[in-house]
Write a protein that binds this ligand. Structure first.
Ligand SMILES: C=C(O[C@@H]1C=C(C(=O)O)C=C[C@H]1O)C(=O)O
Length: 379
């Protein structure tokens, strides 16, 4: 680079730094305004997440951006990221308490991560929360006395037994709920153990979400839904969407959404290990989609094996789904072994047709994800 180029670059880079610094000031200003909106909403008992406002705002900003020759997608990406930051803000203010007259809440297994998250959300909403864990059962009578809501969140393998053995003499009007990732048997066990209101919940997210905004909680109704309607409203105030489901339908979906998904991730990792793959060099050669795939597989092994074993072993029926996968894998492999490219292409088309409009939709969604994976690269 000659001197002139260096000087020109330096000058321009100085101006860019200035613009970026202004951006920080603007961000600070936006965060302060969002905090004020948060306080107004908290006072009025409204959830922070306002999808209609977001849609209207995004649409206007996209139009304005386009007029100024700024990519609409760029402003949308930035605003969506900023809005994610806004949801976190709510954790500092707390949430409206929908049912101030409830007695205290007991979380059975509250020192678990998901139990901890629910405990935190309930406390932020003004409820008194007590936790009961393995070593506290000697004090159970005292802990449950006067409880308005009991939430069971212990490993799946011991959930039903615990409900049957330990939760048969709760206060009559107390709501009994669970957060287990299967719903059929736990809801049945709760209905058998307790004659008051019963509801099965399945939060479709892990404990590491920063906020519940836009997350899904599946609800399987048990008994006396009018008595726990407030709890569903409370969860919606936290920003989550309630999706009602029959326990059987939910459990069937989980065979694919959870058992199969995690099992195939496990095998993928197991296979890398057996092949003695060199992750470092794979990463060097990785395309964005491969990096994303490795991230999704690798994150499994940063977590508790028991958690995944629980999910995978939860339903006998998952074995069938996983076995079918193996059959389909073998079939596809046989096409490859036979060198039958034509049959492979024909089946590819058949599957593509079956995916229908979802295929292009998933392509669009993954494009954004792949771009952010690429943004994360530093070297
Ligand atoms: C700040 C608000 O709350 C949330 C955050 C928004 C934002 O960061 O712009 C927009 C809508 C809401 O989801 C609001 O309602 O205006």
């Amino acid at each position: 680079m000659n001197e002139r180029t260096t000087a020109e670059l330096e000058n321009l880079r100085g101006l860019i730094d200035g613009v970026d610094q202004q951006l920080i000031h603007l961000l600070r200003k936006r965060l302060d305004l969002v905090a004020q909106v948060g306080a107004v909403k908290h006072g009025a008992g409204l959830p922070i997440y306002a999808p209609q406002r977001e849609a209207a705002m995004l649409s206007k900003r996209r139009d304005e951006a386009e007029k100024m020759n700024v990519s609409p997608q760029l402003i949308e990406d930035i605003l969506r990221r900023l809005m994610r930051e806004s949801y976190l803000n709510e954790k500092d203010i707390g949430f409206k308490q929908v049912n101030p007259n409830l007695g205290h809440v007991v979380i059975v297994g509250g020192s678990g991560k998901l139990g901890g998250l629910f405990s935190q959300m309930l406390v932020l909403s003004g409820y008194q929360v007590k936790v009961i864990d393995k070593d506290d059962w000697a004090r159970a009578d005292e802990i449950f006395d006067g409880a308005g809501l009991v939430i069971v969140t212990v490993p799946i393998g011991i959930t039903c037994e615990l409900i049957k053995d330990k939760l048969t003499s709760l206060p009559a009007n107390c709501i009994l709920a669970d957060l287990t990732s299967i719903k059929g048997e736990p809801v049945e066990a709760m209905l058998a153990a307790h004659s008051g209101p019963v509801v099965g919940l399945h939060p479709m997210f892990g404990p590491d979400v920063g906020s519940l905004a836009k997350q899904v909680v599946v609800v399987c109704h048990g008994r006396d839904s009018d008595k726990y309607q407030w709890l569903l409203e409370q969860i919606e105030i936290w920003g989550a969407r309630i999706v009602e489901a029959e326990p059987e339908k939910h459990d069937k979906a989980m065979q694919l959404v959870q058992a199969m998904r995690h099992f195939s991730s496990f095998v993928y990792g197991f296979n890398l290990y057996k092949e003695e793959a060199d992750i470092e060099s794979l990463l060097q050669f990785s395309s964005p989609i491969y990096r994303l795939e490795l991230a999704m597989v690798g994150r499994l092994f940063a977590q508790s094996p028991d958690l995944y074993a629980d999910i995978i072993f939860a339903q006998k029926e998952s074995m069938q789904a996983i076995g079918d996968y193996l059959d389909n894998y073998s079939h596809a492999l046989s096409l490859l072994q036979a060198g039958d490219r034509e049959a492979f292409v024909a089946e590819f088309k058949e599957v593509a047709q079956w995916f229908g409009d979802f295929a292009p939709q998933f392509q669009r969604e993954s494009r954004a994800m792949l771009q952010s994976v690429n943004d994360m690269k530093t070297g």
